[in-house]
Write a protein that binds this ligand. Sequence first.
Ligand SMILES: Nc1ncnc2c1ncn2[C@@H]1O[C@H](COP(=O)(O)OP(=O)(O)OP(=O)(O)O)[C@@H](O)[C@H]1O
Length: 351
Amino acid sequence: MLAVRDLCIAYNNDPVLRVNELHLKTGEIACILGPSGSGKSSFLHALCGLHTPVSGCVELKQGKVFDQQKNVASADRKIAMVFQDLSLFPHMTVQQNVAYGLHTLSKAEQAQRVSEVLSLVELDSLAHRYPYELSGGQQQRVAIARAVAPQSEVLLMDEPFSSLDPSLREQLAFDLRVLLKKLGITALIVTHDQQEAFAMADKIAVFSEGVCQQWGSAYELYHQPANIEVASFIGEGAFLQGKVVNNDGQKLVETALARLAIPESSSEKNEKLKHGQPVKVLVRPDDILHRDHSEHKAIVVQRQFRGAHIMYTLALANSEEVLCLAPSHHDHQVGEAFGIQLDVQHMVVFS
Ligand SMILES: Nc1ncnc2c1ncn2[C@@H]1O[C@H](COP(=O)(O)OP(=O)(O)OP(=O)(O)O)[C@@H](O)[C@H]1O
């Protein structure tokens, strides 16, 4: 449904983003994560034709819409965009807002399509209200209804929750996923928030340092990050200093906490590790188990109460720090010794 290859986006000959390859199947939902200024909005603008890339190729179901020979006008790409502020017309009712892009249809066809789409987003009963008479979540559904009404193939959304109450966002992100799946819409959504992305996306792209660093599922990004930038950006964790040790053909990594075996089936990158080579081992909070009676002790240097869990920052004997997410009834104070056990399920090593 959407394929992007070797795309380079620049302003005044100054490149801001390169995307090697990214593709979405029909009905898939993708999120773009990345720090401020990493090119997320620019990417959406390039896809829908609001900004012309320097090079590369963008392909939709309707065919190529951008390459060195072709640049299909924005209005002729079957892409709809919902902007951060939703851009609803305040002087128009819900029904009129949704009908706005349907001027090529007859009045009867317009009414039919508006009613169909409003029923899908469950707003039929509010068709005659004005935007100011709706909640933030309802306004967002009107914006989606308006965007998908002209039967667009791909929906782009730029920070769709930015104007909403943070406490509602995660639930709304999940509701949005359910709605988009019901509509069968292929969507690409920009967000700053990882939890929102995890709640919504089948695939996630991480943009930083001017490139798309990785494109994969939330699970892949968290457990198999492509590089140290993605590992640091996605989820929480720490890096332990390690040294590669060859032990009778078995490769191990020696760390302050334990000697960890690199699995036989490990990636090509890990197979190239040499005896004695210094490495960094990614340790997620769920790789460190709290065991009161463990012989390995660390000292609590910080604690963050999160309701069901407490996130502990722990100092090891050599002063390296790790994180541990423990059930909150294991209540330890700063300065206390804390028993730990390393339980690394996915060994991620960076040289
Ligand atoms: N019209 C423009 N002219 C010149 N530079 C621009 C223009 N639009 C964006 N940029 C630059 O391109 C880079 C990427 O900007 P962009 O808005 O795409 O990032 P973003 O990841 O969406 O940021 P944010 O999360 O803050 O919205 C930034 O350095 C920005 O200053």
